[in-house]
Design a protein around this ligand. Structure first.
Ligand SMILES: Nc1ncnc2c1ncn2[C@@H]1O[C@H](COP(=O)(O)OP(=O)(O)O)[C@@H](O)[C@H]1O
Ligand SMILES: [Mg+2]
Length: 260
């Protein structure tokens, strides 16, 4: 494996199991740094010594087959799961083991698998809730509609009555309006029609162009790579490789582990 990529990423050295970070770029450049993370559920290992870096202003994709540990990685960063071992640093601060609300307060916004909306609130109320993270900005509804015009005709409707695609648009609008320091998206395209997926991922791309830092888990590998600066490939809780999208594609590892 010679895909260590840019100096911003941890160069890896094979030591049999865990990836080893042996380069230390300036702390300011690394918004998120996960080092040697090991996580289990009961006795079951979900992540084994995985290290990843998300440089500020970049989009990083986390790829891997089902059960690879992608969701576990996001849940552990969010503080929903406690690691057995390893460290999570945000802008140089060690946040390992912090409660979810404290991590959120630092600007880490996690859009979980499934639909990240309040089902029994209206579309407008869902957007207004996002404003709490915005220090009272009052144009969130207009800005949400600007992002996804389709939501404009649904403002009074309960979120639960929206189509799956519209619910994800709402979840994404909420996330983006909150101006997170780091947004983590877990398979927002799951179960949606390809045309909706394109629209959602375009919004993520737009967000990335505006400088939001993102860690994304996405089953549409091509689309994910198209908007990412780097990608990590996991399998069975271990880090297989990391690199820039073109390098990963050339390596053949994506098709080996993800098919097609
Ligand atoms: N709540 C849980 N309890 C027990 N095992 C779990 C739980 N969540 C995930 N796992 C296991 O951890 C591993 C990683 O799962 P997950 O992080 O959901 O992978 P991915 O998101 O890549 O599909 C899998 O083997 C899965 O079965
Ligand atoms: Mg998952």
């Amino acid at each position: 494996m010679t895909l260590a990529g840019k100096a911003l990423l941890p160069a890896r050295r094979s030591t049999g199991t865990a990836a080893v970070v042996d380069e230390r770029p300036p702390a300011g450049v690394r918004l998120l740094e996960v080092e040697d993370l090991t996580v289990s559920y009961g006795g079951v290992r979900a992540l084994s010594g995985v290290s990843i870096v998300v440089p500020k202003g970049s989009v990083v994709a986390l790829l891997g087959p089902n059960g690879a540990g992608k969701t576990t990685m996001l849940r552990t960063i969010s503080g929903l799961v406690r690691p057995d071992r390893g460290h999570i640093r945000l802008a140089g601060r060690d946040i390992t083991g912090w409660a979810p609300h404290r991590v959120a307060r630092l600007g880490v916004l996690h859009v979980p698998e499934g639909r990240g909306v309040f089902p029994s609130l209206s579309v407008e109320e869902n957007l207004l809730m996002a404003a709490y993270a915005l220090n009272g900005s009052d144009d969130v509804v207009a800005r949400g509609v600007e992002l996804f015009p389709q939501l404009g005709t649904r403002l009074g409707q309960l979120a639960r009555s929206l189509s799956g695609g519209e619910q994800q648009m709402l979840a994404l609008a909420r996330a983006l309006l909150a101006k997170p320091r780091l947004v983590m998206l877990d398979e927002i395209s799951m179960g949606l029609a390809p045309i909706i997926v394109t629209e959602l991922l375009e919004a993520v791309k737009k967000m990335a162009q505006e400088g939001v830092t993102a860690l994304i888990v996405e089953q549409y590998v091509e689309a994910a790579l198209g908007m990412s600066d780097y990608a990590y490939l996991l399998d069975k809780g271990r880090l297989l490789t990391v690199g820039e999208p073109e390098d990963l594609k050339r390596s053949g590892m994506l098709s080996m582990y993800l098919g097609g």
